[in-house]
Design a protein around this ligand. Structure first.
Ligand code: LMR
Length: 396
């Protein structure tokens, strides 16, 4: 039966990890998959998470099924983190939400829900966007269109072109926006640009679909929620897919949240039943473990403070790695100005070099990153930055 299927190339992001492990060069550098790494190149369990694991081990007395929506404590804590403690939409009982298996799970079940609402809905995604947005949203049956976003020549957002394209979206259409720390470019909307997106959404009536996978990695946990809260508080409907993979370091535990802001508490009940029925039809209920850990952390003042400090130190370190790379490139005689890296946010940036140069640096120097020139900033450290800068300069 399966011989009819075509052979597929490895995933453009996850496939890099396999290629990296096979590379025998001791000086190899992995700037591929988006995972946070410390100075030694390890991805350790956060201390707040390790403490929560001990608590959970003591506390958990059964492995029976959890509820279809997932851990309600986790959901409430996550909504408070995303929408704010005093969120007016929460107080108005307008938010349906379920724990989801990772940000991917959230993106997929929300896409399935959109298909149930409007089979012909168009989803406008940024050009470029995270590679996995395409199969996650497209395979649900939604039609994807792109809007201009990152301009390599400007090394920044072409906001006028983005807004011009988005003005074609109307009622029944969906616009996917990265809540913060745009993946793959690291180029984020300013608060004033978020304000303009809100005005356009109000005028045109499209539905914003927010992907929030890096909260806290841009400017701070509160600062990074600006766009999410602005749209949530000023539009009748918004949907949100959030992930705890990066900011809690819970990658393999698959911890996400799908939230639907509706225009009334009556519609909220309908949305809650529908999203649970979508989930039941795919994976029944989310895995319990990671959500329980996040719930423990966010429900305990001292543990939450520990976690906030850990997020702050990951963010600050990534900022300093950006500066270090820009300086090293300059020191090694790069003709190209890379200072734009310092203005970008989160884990990723485009180096704005060609796919040919990316492949060259991989083949000649064992430096691994995505063909688009997306680098995982967190893969840089004091020991590899010089080798990295020299390798990049040699292919410029
Ligand atoms: C990434 O973009 O590298 C991460 O979100 C991991 C993934 O699943 O692609």
């Amino acid at each position: 039966m399966f011989e009819v299927l075509p052979h597929l190339d490895p995933d453009p992001i996850l496939g890099l990890s396999a290629a990296f492990s096979e590379d025998k060069n001791n000086a190899k550098i992995d700037l591929g998959v988006g995972v946070y790494k410390d100075e030694k190149g390890n991805t350790p369990i956060l201390s707040s998470v390790a403490q929560a694991q001990h608590i959970l081990l003591e506390r958990e007395t059964s492995k029976t099924y959890i509820t279809p929506q997932g851990n309600q404590g986790y959901i409430n804590n996550m909504l408070a983190l995303l929408l704010g403690e005093q969120s007016p939409v929460m107080m108005a009982d307008r938010v349906a939400a379920v724990q989801a298996p990772g940000g991917c799970g959230a993106l997929r079940i929300l896409s399935e829900l959109l298909v149930r609402c409007n089979k012909g809905a168009r989803v406008f995604v940024s050009d470029p966007t995270w590679a996995n947005h395409i199969p996650l949203i497209g395979s649900a049956g939604l039609k994807l269109e792109t809007y201009p976003y990152f301009d390599k020549a400007m090394a920044g957002i072409n906001f006028d072109a983005m807004m011009e394209k988005l003005s074609e979206a109307g009622k029944g259409d969906v616009v996917l926006l990265h809540g913060c720390c745009h993946n793959p470019t690291g180029a984020d909307l300013t608060n004033a640009q978020w304000d303009a997106v809100l005005t356009l959404a109000q005028e045109k009536g499209f539905l914003p679909f927010l992907d929030v996978a890096y909260l806290g990695f841009g400017d701070g946990l509160e600062e990074d929620a600006y766009g999410v809260r602005l749209l949530a508080e000023n539009l009748p409907e918004v949907i949100i897919a959030a992930s705890c993979s990066k900011n809690f370091g819970l990658y393999r535990e698959r911890v996400g949240l799908a939230a639907i802001i509706t225009d009334s508490s009556k519609v909220k009940k309908i949305a809650q039943g529908q999203i649970q029925s979508v989930a039941r039809g795919i994976y029944s209920m989310p895995p319990s473990y990671g959500g329980a850990l996040v719930d423990i952390i966010l429900s305990d003042t001292a543990l939450k403070q520990d976690w906030v400090s850990e997020v702050n130190s990951m963010r600050n370190r990534m900022h300093s790695l950006r500066t270090m790379l820009v300086e090293k490139l300059e020191e090694n005689g790069a003709q190209k100005d890379f200072s734009f890296l310092n203005t970008q946010k989160g884990m990723f940036s485009f180096l704005c070099i060609t796919p040919e140069q990316v492949r060259q640096v991989r083949a000649q120097h064992s430096v691994y990153f995505v063909d688009s020139s997306r680098v995982n900033i967190a893969g840089i450290n004091k020991n590899n930055v010089d080798t990295l800068a020299k390798a990049l300069v040699s292919v410029l």
